[in-house]
Design a protein around this ligand. Structure first.
Ligand SMILES: Nc1ncnc2c1ncn2[C@@H]1O[C@H](COP(=O)(O)OP(=O)(O)O)[C@@H](O)[C@H]1O
Ligand SMILES: [Mg+2]
Length: 284
């Protein structure tokens, strides 16, 4: 834990997200008058739930650009984490309600999706979901808005998807700016990672240039690139997760490769979360 300008910065994922995201351990005892057996039991319960979990995180997907791949990559992360045994809740903050509709139609409800989240309810819903889930994924609308700012304020780590195009790169730097604006407001570092999605198997010259530029600007990037795949594109049309294609007999090409790519992506996200303690940005 680091203290800057009198504000405590919870940079370590276990420390920061061990309890309610807005309620560090010390605050729990502060707001629960002791001795009160009922409150003490509530605290014990919460500790037991926390110990059971391998890791916990609040992960908003942020991009000021519609079509960048937020909902698709959010759903990929959510469902693949669920396949590994994590309890995952997705909060759908986009007026289009793609994730909420996916959930309504999905036969296999391996993750929970809560829809109709607004800037007024997003913080409360993150906290509610955090009580019952290991991972809370926030799918945001493609614009810079108050819902995004509020979700960023509760983030363990923000993920910023971008395609390998000049316009996507410009929008990604705007999203980084949004995170940095929040850091100023919060007076603490907000860890984030950008990542490429909808990529060709082999990086194009443009993609390599964009990557070099972003790294040059100090933007941390996930190594794994999500490729452009029919299996990803069709998650919403069939209301499935990647493993459901086989389980429900939906014939789509390249599912095994898509699962491998998705799992590498999830490994990267988990590694980045585990790395937060040593995150150079967090130490700043
Ligand atoms: N990795 C991918 N491979 C193929 N299609 C993708 C991929 N990611 C997104 N898409 C497609 O791109 C479009 C926009 O993606 P979406 O996730 O809805 O973006 P956003 O939520 O940022 O608006 C959708 O038609 C989606 O199916
Ligand atoms: Mg979307």
């Amino acid at each position: 834990m680091a203290a800057a300008n009198g504000v405590t910065a919870f940079n370590d994922v276990n420390e920061f997200i061990g309890f309610n995201p807005v309620m560090p351990a010390t605050a729990v005892t502060a707001v629960m008058p002791l001795p009160d057996v009922k409150n003490l039991m509530a605290l014990v319960d919460l500790t037991a739930v926390t110990a059971r979990r391998s890791f916990m995180a609040v992960i908003p997907f942020v991009s000021s650009k519609g079509g960048a791949g937020k909902s698709t990559s959010a759903l990929i992360l959510a469902t693949q984490l669920a396949a590994r045994g994590s309890k995952v809740t997705v909060l759908d903050c986009d007026q289009n309600q793609h994730c909420a509709e996916w959930y309504a139609e999905a036969k296999n409800k391996s993750v929970a999706v809560v829809g109709d989240i607004t800037y007024k309810t997003v913080v409360e819903e993150i906290e509610k979901a955090h009580q019952v889930s290991d991972v809370v994924i926030v799918d945001l609308q493609g614009s810079q808005n108050m819902t995004a700012s509020r979700a960023i304020s509760r983030a363990t780590m923000v993920l910023i998807p971008l395609g390998a195009t000049h316009l996507d790169a410009k929008e990604a730097t705007k999203s980084v700016g949004l995170v940095q604006d929040e850091e100023v407001v919060l007076r603490r570092a907000v860890p984030y990672r950008a990542f490429f999605t909808k990529c060709r198997p082999k990086p194009t010259i443009e993609e390599r240039k964009i990557k070099d530029n972003l790294l040059g600007l100090g933007v941390p990037m996930l190594q794994t690139r999500l490729l452009s795949r029919v299996a990803y594109e069709n998650l919403f049309s069939y209301a499935v997760s990647l493993s459901d294609y086989a389980d429900q007999g939906v014939g789509v090409s390249g599912v095994e490769e898509a699962i491998r790519n998705a799992d590498e992506f999830v490994d990267d996200v988990v590694a980045a979360l585990n790395d937060l303690d040593g995150d150079a940005r967090a130490a700043a």
